[in-house]
Design a protein around this ligand. Structure first.
Ligand SMILES: [Zn+2]
Length: 90
């Protein structure tokens, strides 16, 4: 870990203790987090409080993983076709 990262890391710890986000805020922000991640940016560094909440909160992590999976499917050539969905249901 280099010095800048270490300082960032320390700052994140202190900041998140003072202003933890709620599930409601997490829910509002999580789609933005996924967008950053899908576009190849360092979402965890830019939104460290959200990331922290995701680490601690199972419900929000599930929400995040669902959203992310949906976005990744979209990125990889769109939603499944109706035929594919029917195969899944069967
Ligand atoms: Zn939560």
């Amino acid at each position: 870990m280099d010095r800048d990262r270490f300082e960032n890391w320390l700052r994140n710890i202190y900041e998140t203790e003072e202003q933890e986000i709620s599930c409601t805020e997490c829910f509002d922000l999580v789609s933005h987090f996924v967008e950053l991640e899908v576009s190849g940016q360092d979402a965890a560094a830019r939104m460290s409080q959200l990331k922290q909440h995701l680490n601690q909160c199972r419900a929000c992590r599930d929400e995040y993983e669902t959203l992310r999976d949906l976005r990744l499917v979209e990125e990889q050539g769109g939603m499944p076709s109706p035929d594919d969905l029917q195969d899944l249901i069967r």
